[in-house]
Structure formats: C-alpha cells, structure tokens
Design a protein around this ligand. Sequence first.
Ligand code: G3P
Ligand code: CA
Length: 253
Amino acid sequence: LSDNGYLRPPGAAPTVIAHRGASSAAPENTIVANEVARRAGADLLEIDVQPSADGVPVVIHDSTVDRTTDGSGAVRKLTAAQIGALDAGSWFAPSFAGEEVPTFEAVLEDLRARGGDLLLEIKGAHSREEVATLVELIRAYGLTDRVFVQSFEVAALQYTRELAPELPLGLLRSTLDADPVAISRQLGLSAYNPSDAALATRPDVVDALHAAGVAVMVWTVDSPARWEALDAAGVDGIITNRPAELVGWNAAP
Ligand code: G3P
Ligand code: CA
C-alpha cells in the first residue's frame, strides 16, 4: 500500500469524484452525466453497476428502474434489452428525454473514447461470476489502470481481489468500523470510503488510515462548509453530486 497513488500529495486539493456522474446537472448514471462531469474537470466518475436478468451489467443505482426511468420493475428481473429501451432522462428534465440506462460496456466504450477514470461501485451482492464479468469487460477495454472498484459488499471486493489483483479497492461504509485500519489491511484496500456523517464522528481516523497507506474518499458531500471541513481533515477524495462547483471551490484562493 505504500505506493498508493490515491493518497493526496501535500498541498494538493482533494480529488473531485462525480457521484453518479454530474448528477446535479444531468440524469444520474448516464453517459451524458459522465460527459458533463468530465467537462467540469472531475478526476473520477462514480457509477453503480448491477446485472440485468440476462447477466449484462447495467449502470443504475436503485434495485428497481422505477425512480430513474419511465419503466418499472426490478433490475435483476428485466433483460438488458428491456432496460435499454427505457427513457432514463425525462424524469430529470424534458431536455434529457431519450437518454438511456447505459450498459457497463457502453460506459467503458465512452471512457476509452473520451477519457476519464472510473470509480466503479459494485452495487448490491454479486456472485463471483458476476464480478468476473465486470473484470473481463474492464480488461477487454484495456482500462485496468483507469478503474477503481468500491463496494459496500465485502465479498464483491474479495472476488475482485482474487480475479484482478491489479485493480485498486475501496470499502464503502455507512458507519465506521471499530478499527478501520485493521479491515483495510485485511482486505488489501487502497481506500476506505465512509459517509460524511460517519467520518464526522471520528475525523482522526483519516490520519490513522494515512499512516497505514490507505486513502479516504468521503460521500456524498455537496456543501462548501463540509468541503472545507473535509479538506482540513486531510481526506483524499470527495464524492459529490456537484463536481463543477467542487472543482471551482478547489481552485479558489
Ligand atoms: O460513492 C459512494 C456512494 O455512491 C455510496 O452511496 O447509495 O449513492 O451508491 P450510493
Ligand atoms: Ca454509488
């Protein structure tokens, strides 16, 4: 972990991580949301993936398509073709009508063509085979050095480690572990990624994790007051719905 490139160099600003793309300005987890984030200067594009009924990884946060498309039903019970036919933009604003739920492959294609690095969240429990499908796609697109994998699911991280030891890993947490350093070492993490509320209970864990060579990426933080507090605490990355604003805030004197 000593050569962890996700640790913030002295004097640098926290990494700007676009949560579900630039999700305050465009429909979350779409190609256009990633494009808006890329143009804003985000360092990492965060997306959520889960498999369709026919085993195709698709980019969507919820376990159903109801909130973010014009359809209904569980992601895992709909085929990729059914999900791909949905409108994932109109719910956000009429100007985004026709935007699709992208497949994970479409996001990788876009990344290869237009640039950017990915913070890939493996959303929900995944089998080893489902994780293997993600790894195969990342390798097929030659993007292993531009994808960081995070999950709340310890098993998904362990499968990733076994199948693709070259991919850096982050553990998402809603509450802090008693010993975040110990679990980071146990899982071979490059980053420990707590919620803002969780980290606020013990901001000193940032120093302990840094001493162990582990980066800290905090979610999901949209207010300048919290950006300031997290910057002062030394966090390495801030996951935000407002990447353009955070890029501007970082650049301000
Ligand atoms: O990137 C962290 C964050 O995305 C985790 O929460 O629910 O937005 O996936 P959620
Ligand atoms: Ca997420």
